[in-house]
Design a protein around this ligand. Structure first.
Ligand code: DX5
Ligand code: ZN
Length: 221
């Protein structure tokens, strides 16, 4: 089954509770939460206190994407605040194996994100430890950017590698996904789709349902 993870980066932060409830009721699978530190990426968003508030009412798993340097300093805090999945960027983790174990020890699903310029082979020695790989299809930092087409080849190659090894690792894709290109992302092998502006800049209920319909059609093929 293909999963939908609306990114609240494109939501109205002053009405976060309603914005999350609306996509949950419409049938999304995860809530994607972008944490940005102003160092690894040129933008700032939110941290553990906001996540903790969200976790009190959210009913879907919280998929937390850490776009920050030294994420290992905050793993336990984010876990305590209610993260169900923690994604760290490979570009920020010199001791990635240790960081992944740290996430696992906190009883949270562990994922690694790759920037568009980071090659797939960097995952070679860690992939078997991961619940999910996040292929960034834009340079992280902002919502509303254009999908980078070369991401499709990367997704295909990752899908092949996961099959070759007989793994169940999920492939998440994040950035510039809309109803016009989501089919190609799924056909390349992704099974967790992040969408921010394609959901919140339109009617969120209709958009979630439209995405889910595409997923159903693709599953039937
Ligand atoms: C980008 C973030 C994304 C962002 C996606 O750095 O990681 O999750 O919200 O937004 P859209 O779907 O608008 O590209
Ligand atoms: Zn994200």
């Amino acid at each position: 089954m293909i999963k939908l993870a609306p990114s609240i980066l494109a939501a109205d932060f002053a009405r976060l509770k309603e914005e999350i409830e609306v996509v949950e009721k419409a049938g999304c699978d995860y809530i994607h939460i972008d944490v940005m530190d102003g160092h690894f990426v040129p933008n700032l968003t939110l941290g553990p206190p906001v996540l903790q508030s969200i976790s009190k009412y959210a009913t879907k798993p919280l998929d937390v994407h850490l776009m920050m340097t030294e994420p290992e300093k905050y793993i336990e805090l984010f876990a305590k605040a209610g993260a169900d999945i923690l994604t760290v960027h490979i570009e920020t983790c010199p001791h990635l194996h240790r960081t992944i174990q740290q996430i696992r020890n906190a009883n949270v699903k562990a994922a690694v994100a790759l920037n568009p310029a980071t090659p797939l082979h960097t995952l070679e020695c860690i992939i078997e430890e991961l619940d999910m790989v996040l292929i960034m299809s834009v340079n992280p930092g902002f919502g509303g950017q254009k999908f980078i087409p070369s991401s499709l080849v990367k997704i295909q190659q990752l899908r092949q590698e996961i099959e070759r090894r007989g793994l169940k690792t999920m492939i998440q894709v994040d950035g510039g996904i809309d109803l016009g290109n989501v089919e190609s992302v799924i056909q390349a092998g992704a099974n967790v789709i992040v969408a921010g502006s394609a959901i919140y800049n339109h009617d969120p209920v209709t958009s979630v349902q439209q995405f889910k319909q595409v997923f159903k059609n693709e599953a039937r093929k």
